[in-house]
Design a protein around this ligand. Sequence first.
Ligand code: SF4
Length: 882
Amino acid sequence: MKKIQLVIDDKTIIVPEGTNIFQAALDNDISIPGLCYHPKLSQFGGCRLCMVEVTEKRTRHRFACAHPVSEGMTVKVNTPEVTRYRKAVMEYLLAQHPLDCPTCDKSGECGLQNITHDLSLSESRFKTVRMNAPMIRDNPLLELNRNRCILCSRCVSTCKEIAGDGSIDFQNRGIKTVVGTAFDRPLNCSFCGGCVAVCPTGAWQNRTLGFHGRSWEFEKISTICTYCAVGCTLVLNTKRGSVRRITSDDRLGINEGNLCVKGRFGHEFIHSTERIKTPFMRRDNKLHPATWDEAIDYIAKNFRNIIQNHGDMSIGGIGSEKCTNEANYLFQKFCRSVLKTNHIDNLANMRSPFLNGLIYESVMNGTTTTSLKDLQNANLFFFFGADISEAHPVIGGMVRKAIRMNNANLIIANARNIIFHNTAKNDLRLRYTLGSQTVLINALLKVIKDKILVNVKRAERNTNNLKELYASLDTVNINEAVKVTNIPEETITNVALSLVKSKNCRIICGKDITDDPNGEKTIQALINLCTLINAPHDTDKNPPHISIVFSRSHNNSQGVNDMGVTPEFFPGYLDIQNASNREKVEKLWNVELHNALFTKDHKNIIDSALQNKLKALYIMGENLMVNYPRGKEVQKALGNIDFLVVQDTFLTETAQMANVVLPMATYAENEGTFTNMGMTVQRINKAIQPIGEAKCDWEIICDLAKKMGYPYSYASPKEIVSEIESLSPMYSGINFDRLKRKEFHWASSAFAKNKPSNYTFRVIQSDALDTNAMKNSDFPFILLTGANLNHLGTYSRYSKALTSVVSECFVEINRKDADKMQLQDGDTVIVESLQGKLPLPVKVTIRPPEGCIYVSEDFEKTPLNSIRYQTYTPVKIYKETD
Ligand code: SF4
């Protein structure tokens, strides 16, 4: 892009062509007063404060936010004339604005207050005409004080452009203009709190703060969100050792200050009275408080006895998608070297055991190399089985930005009619038949082949078996695919053309694909598709045209797998069967690993426990009883375990079954790293001391290892990161101190070091899963499960703000099915499967297809797994009185 040189207040700066003066100044630490301009929003030009003196051919006054830079331009920000004008504008604003700073939460960080102070304004020449509008408190999280609103449009633009909600807008005309909702109905949005974050005055406020501190009293520590796998950076505001609110900083992290409702408001669990503050030990079939010494002694003694009496591999370990990389690394090291077991796993891997291998393969093959930050550069998005609005809301904001800035197009393929508000000119929706995902991808491949949409010779040169792939596609019948997927041929062709033509496409492969019984085949077909489109291009010179981002659920679902908490891999996806990997690990850990660890037969831990092969189980930060998809089995399996140790923050359903419970610190009390679903490693920072006697996840493992005679003498997570770096090639180059300033993207670094060899396509049969055959007259519906915007895991259920927005789980029923059954919103129905029943309130929507119902699995209080026994469980629904 062409660069422009200009001078602002005697400082020579160079900025890209097209930049406005305000942004050019901002990027070069020059302050221009302004209240409506915001770098992440479209320009509005409403506050009139950013007037500057501009000399191009002539000297004139211009609004900095609305005037682009030009070569040789000179800008003066504070001439006497400009200042006089600015003061007059401020006087008008202050004539209307209430001077209620002593009771306003924004005081101390208010743009209007700051500019008033900078301009040394005191008395206004104008008659005061103040509104006396009542405070609008129609929801539990946000309040609107229209008296303080200066109509800058920032909240309106944020709601529309970033959150995609468009729930607020200007009402009325002229001096009667106010911000509000349509027909003054109660605010009905995603409650991301973006309006509070961008409001330059105290018009929008975070109700949950409730006089718990003034802005200047807070200590602010930036860290990473503990909920979903996007890994947004947020700022914990603490006062006297407690977290009082969460704010964001547009300059930090991958999220440009955007957060979702969980990130911004879901922090109350940190100081919940229900947190466990001491260890607990079971005596007389009850859990009693104990000291750390007692608990650690008891666990060490029992683990030792079990290994002595039952041999290696008699203990299992389940790591955590929520704990840090460092804790997970130590966890698998402890299990393998101290507990002498390879029965280790994590819930993400237990749900989709094929995913790690395929993600790693696609990183090395160059089809998964871009970070989430890079989404903003894309010009085409393909959401494949991904419900972005519910599962990863901040990614939604990134996509909307790309749509706004790059005119990006959108393709959404899902069996459900998912909602994603956006302004893309081309927004193509493919509602495929449930179970037909692989058929759809193979049909796209077939179109690319038949219409010769890629350069065959070059694709052949850069891959190993294009002919074999093409021969297999001969068997794909497009008419048949149209019938099976229920997607018209023209649409399939359009999608194939768009994918091939796009210069920068991002596919977001969601949980509807990875959790599907055919998920492995579908993802293999998807990698074939991306490789075929990328193959004719030289990846040495250009980044891949098309890249996949795999959806993960929790803040560290990626990291727990990277750290080798799986039976197949050591940290860094080092194959456990490989002798040289084994040698490397033994040398670094200074142990001899038992041969039993290296069996090829990696049994699911729950299955092993069901077969009475496990005597003890150590679970770190995971509520298996509720979150393992097959609930009845896990209950039975845990019942078979003689000695259960659970390390967690709350007395979860799983902890209640334990022999010993160890209190674990939350992310606010901990240091370390999380890895997001874009393979970016980010550092979390300690903001407060652990609550009660809770300890950090990694410290607990060190205490246990030491008690069992192993020298785990790590002083801090930094030392653990160094050890991870020395073992895992993909983390080579990571530096804990540097992470404070800059995140580490392991996928691009691993790909850069690895010259990919030519890819060998897998031949994938176009088989569809017949979900209709799973139903019968007794159980005529299929239960679909997935994410919920407001809840995730244990923490959200202990966050009052989140439960106040959505307090209970509900079942979504297609409108046509609801009509047939005469069901309405709010009715309670029993959802019953072969395994159990669950009463749930009804929400009638158009989202699930007819014959399917949808229940989110993110409400931990609702044990959905008590009725679910497979991905698509057949169920019936009926009213309680029926
Ligand atoms: Fe970001 Fe996910 Fe946290 Fe929301 S829950 S703020 S999207 S990391």
